[in-house]
Write a protein that binds this ligand. Structure first.
Ligand code: NCD
Length: 302
């Protein structure tokens, strides 16, 4: 197949609405019954330039469950870092070996997109800086859909450090695509007013928002991407931490999600883990099958 004709997944916008449906129905099918080895003889290489627990493990499990050949490349082992090889030449080398799928996480925004230009295979963005994290967005949407059936007209709050969160950016795009109303909640340094456009509202006070929303997505403060904290941690905790009192303001059937890793005592306290609508475990569980569905769609098509 000629260079650059294979599909990559860089952000949720790369997927047509029919493809979102297709991914979700494959996810459901894979959860019901373990599929045949649909990626047999397909070589997948995972390169994570930033730490990862959930995303790394679930991509590995997804590939293994589809019968792929899997190689995990640690960036420090790569020639391009110590032997002067360009990353472009590295991916050409991987293509020449027949590697079909590259899953990449990198602190620089648009890095996976750049790689895709040189790679004769499928690139899946596993998180690039603060830009995008499409498979996390997909698993969050899938988790919400399991409870709500449809997201049309639902109101979803995303709370915290939206500005530096690739998860928030991807999930926001997906929610708008599925016609949910989105309320971003946080201080100006985390949620600049410019986010308020078509279907997206910006609010500063969490207590006022909680009674009206169907779900709350909490975010970790992305300290590694901050030069200074725009708000003192005590203030942040006082105004935005989800705790027992704030949970009591939610509708009785509201959901609470978090992409993980969560910081206990900062964006949430332990009462959230006892809340009936807490869906963290489901998110993590669906993360494996959503990634299976994405890999299957890219490699095997519709
Ligand atoms: C997130 C990430 O790395 O973007 N985690 C994840 O992949 N589930 C969120 C975070 O680091 O806060």
């Amino acid at each position: 197949m000629p260079l650059r004709t294979r599909r990559s997944l860089i952000d949720l916008d790369d997927l047509a609405i029919e493809e979102l449906d297709e991914i979700f129905s494959r996810t459901a099918a894979f959860e019901e019954r373990r599929p045949e080895p649909r990626l047999a003889h397909t070589a997948c290489v995972n390169i994570f330039f930033e730490p990862s627990t959930r995303t790394f493990t679930s991509f590995n499990l997804a590939q293994l469950r589809l019968g792929a050949d899997v190689v995990n490349l640690t960036p420090t082992d790569m020639s391009y870092l110590t032997k002067g090889e360009s990353i472009e030449d590295t991916v050409l080398t991987l293509s020449a070996m027949g590697v079909a799928v590259l899953v990449v996480r990198h602190p620089v925004e648009h890095y996976p997109e750049q790689l895709a230009k040189h790679f004769d295979g499928h690139v899946v963005n596993a998180g690039d800086g603060a830009h995008a994290h499409p498979t996390q967005g997909l698993l969050d949407l899938y988790t919400l859909l399991q409870d709500f059936g449809s997201l049309h007209g639902r109101c979803i709050a995303i709370v915290g450090d939206v500005l530096h969160s690739r998860v928030a950016h991807s999930v926001m795009a997906g929610l708008r695509r599925l016609e949910s109303d989105v309320v971003l909640v946080g201080p100006n340094g985390f949620v600049p007013s410019e986010y308020a456009t078509g279907g997206v509202r910006v609010e500063r006070e969490l207590d006022a928002v909680l009674p009206e929303v169907d779900a709350v997505m909490l975010l970790r403060i992305q300290r590694e991407r901050l030069t200074t904290m725009p708000i003192a941690q005590d203030d942040y905790v006082a105004r935005y931490r989800l705790d027992a009192r704030r949970l009591s303001l939610l509708k009785s059937d509201a959901l609470v999600l978090h992409p993980g890793p969560y910081n206990r005592g900062v964006e949430l306290d332990d009462s959230v883990f006892r809340f009936p609508g807490w869906r963290y475990r489901q998110q993590v569980l669906h993360g494996v099958s959503v990634r299976m569905a994405v890999l299957d769609l890219l490699v095997n098509g519709t």
